[in-house]
Design a protein around this ligand. Structure first.
Ligand code: KIV
Length: 271
């Protein structure tokens, strides 16, 4: 008989209680089973199956090309590894912007086919009908404001957003509107720290920052950036915890050399 493990599962309620208790929320992206298992075991609160998979997994220049089917595939792999953390899945570009019926259908496919716990959408007032429709179907929604990568063709650049008053005012209003529509949390990407602080203090739901300073209720990074797998991306906000590029390249060079020199496999590595 195997002893049953007791896991304290993280839910959207847990995340909201963490804000109320002043406990910071940790979030990281993952797109496959093996990394998701390591991150979950290490105690991460939220795994985001981000549409950044389009960049770091598929090699596209933007997040726009990834499809709903591809997001569901990544989400299924992550959910299989999950024991404790909350799993959030990005609804990809083109799968929610047209109208709220399409948005709901996409969210339902993600929840039904992957077993994930919540979805994330980019935007404020312009997607509010979709947020309401998805929430009213019982699906928790995480919002995303500031530098929303699906709108890169509108922005034309990845510079810090909402530095001008008009955009900052719209962002503050959007955050309140998303909260009223029922979002359980909001990602704030690449905006001034002072603005992120003001928004975080004005909401009762948590904010998760990326390049938005230390006063957000939580932080998120893309796994390939923080583990040093993707070294081309060097924004100021990124803290690199490992240099896996050096370690992986070194290991593969050694492997190639061991094969060529007939060192691998040796007598103990054969039958
Ligand atoms: O897709 C993603 O990885 C994201 C994070 C940058 C928040 O949306």
């Amino acid at each position: 008989m195997t002893a049953e493990k007791e896991y304290k599962k993280v839910t959207t309620n847990t995340i909201q209680k963490m804000k109320a208790a002043g406990e910071k929320i940790s979030m990281i992206t993952a797109y496959d089973y093996s990394f998701a298992k390591l991150f979950d075991e290490a105690g991460i609160d939220i795994i985001l199956v981000g549409d950044s998979a389009s960049n770091v997994m598929a090699g596209h220049a933007t997040t726009l090309p990834i499809t709903l089917d591809q997001m569901i595939y990544h989400a299924q792999s992550v959910v299989r590894a999950r024991e404790r953390c909350l799993v959030v899945v990005d609804i990809p570009f083109g799968s929610y912007q047209s109208n709220s019926e399409i948005a709901l259908a996409s969210a339902i496919r993600i929840m039904k086919e992957s077993g994930a716990h919540t979805v994330k959408l980019e935007g404020g007032e312009e997607i509010i009908d979709s947020v309401k429709k998805i929430v009213s179907a019982g699906i928790p929604v995480m919002g995303h404001l500031g530098l929303t990568p699906q709108s890169i063709n509108k922005f034309g650049t990845y510079v810090v957003r909402a530095t001008e008053e008009t955009e900052a005012e719209k962002l503050k209003k959007d955050a309140l509107v998303l909260q009223q529509a029922g979002c359980f949390a909001i990602v704030l990407e690449k905006i001034p720290a002072a603005l992120a602080k003001e928004v975080s203090e004005s909401l009762h739901i948590p904010t998760i920052g990326i390049g938005a300073g230390g006063n957000c209720d939580g932080q998120v990074l893309v796994m390939h950036d923080m583990l040093g797998i993707n070294t081309d991306f060097k924004p100021r906000f990124l803290r690199r915890y490992l240099n896996l590029d050096v370690q992986i390249t070194g290991a593969i060079k050694q492997y190639v050399s061991d094969i060529k020199s007939r060192d691998f496999p040796n007598e103990n590595e054969q039958y």
